[in-house]
Write a protein that binds this ligand. Structure first.
Ligand code: PA5
Length: 447
């Protein structure tokens, strides 16, 4: 197998081939709208051709900036939230050896994330940790005004300037933001930081293949050209004109909409590999923020198996039958470890002797799939041949294209996120931010 595969056999008891193919025409129409830019949210379609448009000199500029940070730093803090955070974290966590953080020697800087929460302990413990370390900062915010990353940046910029001076900090800070507007743009220009631009027509959750994702991923030592090559190859497989039944993004979009119409209101993205945890987090944002609007949309949850089989497994097997599952499988792990035979067999595991751990994991996955399907939970599988940058690139583009089609099938604008403003407005009113005087009075009268 040389490409991502989609397996819909686990939804056949509830969705027929006929029902799936009945959506073919709509799917083609929505794909055409995405490509022609005639549908909802058409000012945010820059991600569609992005994998083909990144030039060699753009790659080279990102790689050069990454090398500068690598030379100066043992730790690089990538500051950002939502779309300015999750894609990079998904790739870095998937590709970094699990115990790298405990190793003294590591060829690339450790990338630490901040600005995705406002936990005081998190930030003050980070400041403590970095106070005697060689570190740098990538500050990512498209709007340049998001509160969480702005706070983290102010704190860490102060620490870095105390450590290496303002000139030294300038060499160790890179900003990724809008071309012209926002506080971060103003600040970066004033301080003379190296900057990268997030294109206007690419929304946060679709920005992993821009410098938003590519810069931290390159700093962590991973091959961004392979990531983009994977996305580009997937683009060809799901492009306009590819027949519906050969287009995995169109099929996935159609399948999940049919399941939704049949009362399956929750989609659980599962994995059997802990390195995929943040792929699930990235996917939750992509789908939740794209589709959950106008009081419609599948609720997106993510689970890590087999750990969560010992907790949420009960609910999935026997709870309310409003769920379906999408499992991201990996055909071949990178490493090999076999279970040894034991003369005493006190743990009773000799029946597994000689087997690879992955053979056991695969049987856990198959057993779970069969049990869940028997229990009324339709199952979709997305199979990656291996976990590497190239196939993650395929996976990203597969999900991005599918959510565009899927959102149009649901008749929502998949490219806006008006709902994320409501909490910000309340928070600013409660904190008495200048410009929110009226809201402040109103909200305080409710307390
Ligand atoms: O998808 C989105 O647009 C949002 O989740 C943003 O990525 C998130 O709010 C961060 O915004 P910004 O990059 O402007 O700081």
């Amino acid at each position: 197998m040389k490409a991502l595969e989609l397996d819909l056999s686990g939804i056949r008891s509830i969705v027929s081939d006929g029902e799936l193919h009945a959506l073919q025409e709509k799917s083609n129409e929505y794909t055409a709208q995405l490509h022609a830019g005639t549908g909802l949210g058409n000012d945010f379609l820059g991600w569609i051709n992005l994998p083909e448009e990144i030039t060699d000199s753009e790659f080279a500029e990102i790689e050069r900036a990454a090398r500068t940070l690598q030379e100066h730093c043992d730790y690089v803090v990538s500051i950002g939230i939502g779309g300015s955070y999750l894609g990079a974290r998904a790739v870095i966590e998937a590709l970094t050896p699990t115990f790298a953080a405990y190793r003294r020697e590591h060829s690339a800087p450790h990338v630490i994330f901040a600005g995705h929460n406002i936990g005081e302990d998190y930030l003050s413990e980070l400041v403590d940790f970095l106070s005697d370390k060689r570190f740098g900062i990538i500050n990512i915010s498209k709007s340049g005004t998001t509160t969480e990353p702005a706070i983290a940046f102010r704190v860490l910029k102060g620490l870095l300037e105390r450590q290496v001076g303002r000139d030294g900090a300038r060499e160790r800070i890179i900003a990724v933001t809008d071309r012209a507007k926002g506080a971060l743009r103003t600040l970066a220009d004033k301080e003379g930081y190296k900057t990268f631009v997030i294109p206007d027509n690419i929304g946060g959750r679709f920005s992993v293949l821009t410098p938003v994702g590519l810069l931290p991923i390159a700093v962590a030592g991973f091959d961004i050209r392979e990531l983009v090559r994977g996305a580009k190859d997937m683009k060809a497989r799901v492009d306009e004109g590819v027949p519906f039944d050969q287009n995995p993004s169109a099929l996935y979009a159609a399948a999940r909409n049919l399941l939704y119409q049949k009362g399956k209101k929750i989609e659980i993205l599962g994995n059997f590999h802990p390195k995929l945890h943040y792929i699930g987090e990235w996917w939750k944002q992509l789908y939740g923020e794209s589709e959950g609007k106008d009081h419609k949309g599948i609720f997106n949850a993510a689970v890590d198996f087999s750990a969560d089989l010992h907790s949420m497994g009960q609910w999935i097997q026997e709870g309310e039958r409003t769920i379906f599952e999408t499992i991201v499988s990996i055909a071949s792990p990178d490493t090999e470890l076999r279970i040894a035979s034991d003369a005493e067999n006190l743990d009773g595991l000799n029946y597994l002797a000689g087997k690879r751990i992955d053979e056991v994991n695969k049987m856990a996955e198959l057993g779970t799939r069969m049990a869940h399907i028997d229990g009324g939970v339709p199952n979709i599988r997305v199979i990656l041949p291996q976990l590497n940058a190239y196939y993650i690139g395929q996976l990203f583009y597969f999900f991005e294209k599918a959510v565009g089609i899927s959102g149009y099938m649901l008749e929502v604008n998949p490219f806006n996120q008006p709902g994320v403003e409501a909490y910000k407005k309340n928070m600013f009113a409660l904190l008495e931010k200048p410009g929110f005087e009226e809201e402040s009075k109103a909200i305080k009268s409710r307390l």
